[in-house]
Write a new protein. Structure first.
Length: 87
C-alpha cells in the first residue's frame, strides 16, 4: 500500500525526472519500509544469504541450449506477414 501511495505522491508533487522514474523510486521506498519494519520480532528483509555468499562467484554454472520450436514457425510467419501487410 505504501508503494501505491508513494506513486501517487510522486505523480502529484514530483519533478519531471521523478515522474519518469516513479516506479523505481516507489519500489525502493517500499523496500526501505520493509527493511525498517518487522513482524513479531522477525524482519521482513533478511540479508543473511547475501552475507554468507562468496565475494566473487561464477554465475553461469549451467548450460542452457538455444533451440527452435518448430510448430511455432508457421504461426509467427503468418503474424509477421499480416502485420507487414497492415502497415
Amino acid at each position: 500500500f505504501s508503494v501505491l501511495c508513494f506513486l501517487v505522491v510522486i505523480e502529484l508533487f514530483g519533478s519531471t525526472f521523478m515522474k519518469n522514474c516513479n516506479v523505481v523510486l516507489a519500489l525502493l521506498f517500499g523496500y526501505m519500509i520493509a527493511g525498517l519494519s518487522n513482524y513479531d520480532g522477525l524482519p521482513y528483509v533478511d540479508n543473511q544469504k547475501i552475507a554468507d555468499a562468496p565475494a566473487i562467484d561464477f554465475l553461469w554454472t549451467m548450460w542452457f541450449g538455444i533451440g527452435l520450436y518448430g510448430p511455432a514457425v508457421v504461426p509467427m510467419l503468418i503474424a509477421y506477414i499480416v502485420t507487414t501487410v497492415e502497415t
